[in-house]
Design a protein around this ligand. Structure first.
Ligand code: FE2
Length: 374
């Protein structure tokens, strides 16, 4: 069965071959402090820097890394810049979901020919370590996809970045790679963006959740998950649905001033260790009522982990036909109730934790209520 699926995949022409996520770039008010936060709290290490000292006049950027995950924090050096404007409008948030390709020019012009909006034409950046080609197209809100071709580059990250020797690295917590990045879009816009990923980016629709799957007594949302040809890049897209009160997606859209990245899910091979460390370092997670664990094993069946640490750490579990997964969600990591992180460990399951939606969304609503936004 698995073999048949593989054969099918190799026979389908991939409209946009992607090697995976290259990096996620945030535009923030203060990149130096943001990088330090992710280093001290989340186990990333600051490994590269660009700014005035490296010949880049308009910005300062810090690259932090853990496993294969690369996050870039960029701040404006002057008020009259696109970066400053992005921060004014959205608060700190994700500007770029960068995709690693073998040919950035082909990725750019092919997606343009299928209807993409150009943001930056292909540009070759070079230094003594070689060259990188980058080109960008628009996606939802002010978010962009940058195609990164780095086969001719041996430097630390990108040209103009210099290695950064961190004196404050607190050690990895075992986060390995980006599992999926979720976008929130305005009511009625989800299908337009799913169509964009299907027709322009060559992604496939993987899963659909309607408001019956994702609703509580108060609010509802709808979600569709798209995935690229090899399955390395997955983008769930949410839109609010009608409910009695304001949904979490509406709260996000209000405070982010439009569509944008809602959460980044990062995978680990040992979620109990990772979450124990993250909690010790000060990361705050959504609180799940103890009653969730009373029914857990009845719902998901036998699992390898002891229930006690899962319950203590507030880790959620769900099962699908292929296996199970463990997941947990941080509180928003910005002052505005916008972006948060998910930590996920997959033990065979390829889904997204549908069985946890109700417990999760009720936990989010308790936080919304505290903020006066429910
Ligand atoms: Fe997720």
């Amino acid at each position: 069965m698995a073999t048949a699926t593989e054969i099918d995949r190799s026979q389908v022409q991939d409209l946009l071959p992607l090697n995976g996520t290259d990096y996620v770039e945030f535009y923030v008010g203060n990149a130096k402090q943001a990088a330090f936060f992710y280093e001290k709290m989340f186990g990333f290490e600051i490994v590269a820097y660009c700014g005035p000292e490296t010949g880049v006049r308009d910005r300062a950027s810090y690259l932090v890394q853990q496993g294969k995950i690369r996050l870039v924090f960029t701040a404006a050096m002057k008020g009259d810049s696109d970066i400053a404007e992005h921060v004014r409008k959205h608060g700190d948030g994700v500007k770029t979901l960068a995709l690693w390709v073998d040919n950035a020019e082909a990725a750019f012009y092919n997606t343009l020919s299928r209807g993409a909006t150009a943001v930056a034409v292909p540009q070759t950046l070079s230094d003594e370590y070689g060259s990188v080609v980058q080109a960008s197209i628009a996606t939802y809100g002010d978010t962009v996809h940058t195609f990164v071709e780095r086969k001719n580059y041996r430097g630390v990250f990108l040209p103009n970045y210099k290695p950064y020797k961190s004196k404050t690295f607190a050690g990895s917590v075992g986060l390995q790679y980006i599992d999926h990045c979720v976008g929130n879009v305005e009511m009625g816009e989800m299908n337009r963006w799913v169509k964009f990923y299907e027709e322009v980016m060559g992604f496939k629709l993987l899963l659909t959740f309607d408001d019956k799957d994702i609703s509580t007594d108060y609010s509802a949302l709808m979600s569709k998950v798209v995935s690229n040809g090899n399955g390395y890049v997955k983008f769930p897209i949410n839109e609010p649905a009608d409910g009695k009160r304001k949904s979490q997606v509406e709260e996000y859209l209000d405070f982010y001033n439009g569509a944008g990245v809602q959460h980044i899910a990062v995978a680990t091979h040992d979620i109990i260790h990772a979450v124990t460390e993250l909690r010790a370092r000060g990361v705050e997670f959504l609180e799940i009522p103890a009653s969730y664990y009373d029914e857990l094993l009845g719902r998901v069946g036998k699992i390898d982990e002891d229930l006690t640490p899962l319950k203590e750490l507030n880790i959620l579990v769900d099962r699908d036909e292929e296996g199970y997964l463990l997941q947990i969600f941080t509180k928003p990591v910005e002052d505005r109730p916008t972006l948060f992180f998910e930590i996920i460990q997959r033990k065979g399951a390829t889904s997204f934790g549908k069985g946890n939606f109700k417990a999760l969304f009720e936990a989010i609503e308790r936080e919304q209520d505290k903020r006066g936004n429910l």
